[in-house]
Design a binder for this molecule. Structure first.
Ligand code: IMP
Length: 425
């Protein structure tokens, strides 16, 4: 087994950090391939909680090389803060490498993110306000500034000044968002930050990753966000600005698709979503509130309460197809411990028809209502169970249904936040 990709199958927050942390132990390398500090991966080690936004969740194993790939967008202040936070807690981050092809987030990206959200006539996306979308816009518009550019201060200044001119005009004149950027100050601040992380930068991250692939090393590609937030395959426009799906790992890390051996889809035993946009199985009030409280469903990055709902088999079927999922990791099954009955969406009813293929056009999606089947709860504490056979029969029945709907076998079941609270099937 050489390359394994971990992807979120829902709208992010599936518990990928915990699964990555578990698998990282047996890996040689863990690579983040897209997104930025909009992500929040929580890892609990004994009684300590770590929240990672940019750094791959393999960082806790000193022998595992962790790479922030070319497809990631980096806010240097966040990177420096995250590294120094980990160093203070005993992880020296000597095993971290940063791609020089990754793009840099600047203050104008954050301002544009905020301004667009305020003036979005077509409806707010509910972004994390970290400047992620505007940074990817510059990347694809070929106006971006990459980690590489720190090596050429004159080029850096030239690109920055051009961007400041363009963005100031747009922000002041179109968005009415008053800004007055000082190029010298930004350069001073950013080069001071660069000094603190330049020791981690690798010139050709694809050579580092390719070398590991050629050497038959075990490599984990860690996706952020989730399939339904994918800019192509999610609920557009209520998505993030990158490709969290498994294929995104090829472009965001730089290797060929034939190298991928396993795609592990991480799915919460129920569904959540933060921000705006469609969520067919959302439960408002009552049971939704209960799931939020029991599951601690508040954003790792923004602290926003997450919307909660039932497991959606139509979304999962879509996720299975667009990612090529070979295994499923079900997380937070214990959150359902006390429920009398659990609903599962098995299909949608859409304009009088029963459908199983997810409509990615949100106008069509708005005409769909979930068709549910109910499953009896198991009404017992499963947080200490480590053997699949010991799970209550009703929990196993529920898992069988999730596997059938998701068209993949369940290989991992998480029953609590701690590292050890996991069942390998
Ligand atoms: P952005 O990625 O900040 O542009 O936000 C776009 C959408 O993706 C919003 O609905 C965010 O709430 C959502 N989003 C971005 N990152 C995450 C994540 O890590 N978990 C869950 N939702 C996310």
């Amino acid at each position: 087994m050489t390359v394994t990709v971990i992807v979120g199958t829902q709208w992010g927050d599936e518990g990928k950090g915990k699964i990555t942390d578990l698998l990282a132990r047996d890996m040689d390398m863990v690579v983040r391939y897209q997104g930025g500090n909009n992500a929040g991966h929580t890892v609990v080690i004994k009684d300590e909680t770590f929240k990672l936004h940019l750094i791959p969740s393999g960082i806790f194993y000193p022998t595992v090389t962790c790479v922030i790939g070319n497809g990631v967008v980096i806010d240097p202040a966040v990177l420096v803060q995250e590294v120094s936070g980990l160093r203070q807690r005993g992880f020296n981050c000597a095993n971290l490498k940063v791609s020089s092809q990754a793009h840099i987030i600047f203050p104008y990206h954050r301002d544009l993110d905020a301004a667009q959200e305020q003036k979005h006539e077509a409806g707010r996306i509910g972004t994390t306000n970290r400047g992620i979308g505007p940074c990817y816009v510059d990347k694809f518009n070929r106006r971006g500034i990459r980690v590489w550019d720190f090596q050429y201060p004159d080029v850096f200044r030239q690109k920055l000044e051009w961007n400041l001119k363009e963005k100031s005009f747009l922000l002041n004149n179109f968005y009415g968002f008053k800004v007055d950027y000082n190029a010298d100050q930004i350069i001073k601040d950013y080069f001071a930050l660069y000094e603190q992380f330049k020791g981690l930068v690798v010139e050709e991250s694809t050579v580092v990753i390719g070398g590991a692939i050629d050497g038959n090393k075990r490599i984990l590609m860690e996706g952020a966000q989730g399939t339904m937030l994918d800019v192509d395959h999610g609920t557009y426009p209520y998505v993030t600005s990158s490709n969290p799906i498994a294929g995104g790992a090829c472009s965001g890390a730089g290797f060929g698709p034939v190298e991928i051996d396993e795609v592990i889809g991480v799915a919460k035993a129920y569904f959540t979503r933060v921000g705006g946009g469609p969520f067919p199985t959302e439960i408002e009030g009552g049971m939704g509130d209960q799931l939020r409280e029991r599951g601690g469903e508040y954003g790792t990055t923004t602290g926003r309460p997450r919307r909660c709902g039932w497991y959606d088999g139509v979304v999962m079927r879509h996720a299975a197809k667009v990612n090529g999922i070979t295994q499923l990791a079900i997380t937070k099954l214990d959150v359902l411990d006390s429920l009398d009955k659990i609903d599962v969406c098995v299909a949608y009813e859409c304009e009088g028809k029963r459908i199983k293929d997810f409509p990615t056009d949100i106008n069509r999606l708005a005409k769909c209502t979930p068709i549910y089947e109910s499953y009896p709860g198991w009404k017992e504490d499963i947080t200490k169970i480590t053997n699949y056979a010991k799970l209550p029969a009703n929990a196993r029945k529920y898992l069988d249904k999730l596997a059938e709907l998701s068209e993949a076998r369940v290989s991992l079941i998480s029953v609590g936040a701690e590292r050890g609270q996991i069942i390998k099937v």
